[in-house]
Design a protein around this ligand. Structure first.
Ligand code: ATP
Ligand code: ATP
Ligand code: MG
Ligand code: MG
Ligand code: MG
Ligand code: MG
Ligand code: MG
Length: 277
């Protein structure tokens, strides 16, 4: 199709392909959620409704995009690992970042009323998105360790801060001053001795964030088409020999599950080698 005399402007659109065979991590973060959480009465330090809504939007994304093999979320952010062999949108960076960020945002808004039935949205929330390439499995492990460590540091600080304000009667300025320069042990001590809060017994979601993975569904039989609806107890040797092949063709059915667990230690990764394959 011949273009118009104006069509040359298309040549100013530069390709932005991502290096093949490389891990991609997409991180989304709520734009100005300090304000958004105030305006929508989020419970401090952790509003469980808001966290579950984030988890749900992330689940929607993983269900829509099979190339997403892992997600980790805390506060107003979510990180997604895109498998290194993905050919999603021909690995065009802006296409991937904009489409996935947009779906996450619309899903967040779409499901808002389920989690906040008594709080109509006052204005449309938005998320920023960025995509980073990582050369190897070690950097991916370190990336997710970095995010989960951040979850822990922030949560310990925020838990201590809001205990001082809500139960200790300090102003926010006083609470900042009280915590200034304290190490983890001291924050734990403040929580325990002054407020009888044992940090380790707090909700695992607050301490460890949310980790989304795919798990195989083992109980349910695969959905059989007409051609595969065969009596598997057949004694016909030709038919019998073709059965394992046909079963092998059936991809195991999976579902996305939300976990609150340690993703820094080896155990999580050893149990799921497919994530880094
Ligand atoms: P930016 O646009 O630069 O990301 P921001 O205001 O979103 O700015 P963040 O560093 O992303 O800043 O921090 C997000 C803030 O949102 C938190 O500090 C917290 O105040 C609030 N927030 C997010 N999720 C929750 C939640 N589930 N419960 C309570 N507060 C939350
Ligand atoms: P991509 O995901 O690559 O953008 P696409 O199918 O969205 O693929 P576009 O080139 O963006 O392709 O074209 C958008 C198409 O959507 C139009 O060609 C048209 O068929 C349809 N469309 C968009 N807006 C309208 C509208 N207001 N009325 C009717 N059709 C529309
Ligand atoms: Mg920020
Ligand atoms: Mg933010
Ligand atoms: Mg944030
Ligand atoms: Mg278009
Ligand atoms: Mg389009």
């Amino acid at each position: 199709m011949a273009g118009s005399k104006y069509a040359y402007v298309r040549n100013f659109e530069l390709p932005d392909p991502l290096l093949p065979g490389t891990f991609m991590v997409l991180r989304l973060d709520g734009h100005s959620f300090h304000r958004f959480s105030d305006e929508h009465d989020f419970t401090k330090p952790n509003d469980i409704r808001a966290l579950k809504l984030m988890d749900h939007a992330a689940k929607d994304l993983m269900e829509q995009y099979p190339d997403l093999v892992l997600a980790f979320g805390e506060s107003d952010e979510f990180s997604f690992l895109i498998r290194k062999s993905a050919s999603l949108y021909n690995r065009r960076q802006s296409k991937i970042v904009s489409t996935l960020t947009s779906l996450f945002t619309s899903s967040y808004v779409f499901r808002w009323a389920t989690y906040f039935p008594d709080h109509p949205l006052k204005y449309p929330p938005s998320f920023d998105g960025r995509l980073v390439l990582y050369p190897g499995a070690q950097e991916i492990r370190d990336y997710f360790s970095w995010r989960q460590t951040d979850t822990h540091i922030n949560n310990l600080y925020n838990t201590a801060f809001w205990a001082l304000v809500q139960q200790g009667g300090e102003t926010t300025t006083q609470a900042h001053t009280t915590l200034k320069g304290t190490v983890s042990k001291e924050k734990n001590e403040i929580l325990f001795s002054r407020f009888q809060i044992n940090y380790n017994t707090l909700d695992a979601q607050f301490r460890q964030g949310s980790t989304l993975v795919r798990e195989e569904i083992s109980e349910e039989p695969p959905v059989l088409g007409i051609s595969t609806a065969i009596d598997t107890s057949t004694t016909d040797p030709i038919l019998a020999s073709s059965l394992p092949k046909m079963r092998g063709r059936t991809k195991p059915r999976t579902k996305v599950v939300v976990l609150h667990c340690d993703i820094i230690k080896d155990e999580f990764w050893d149990a799921r080698p497919e994530i880094l394959s």
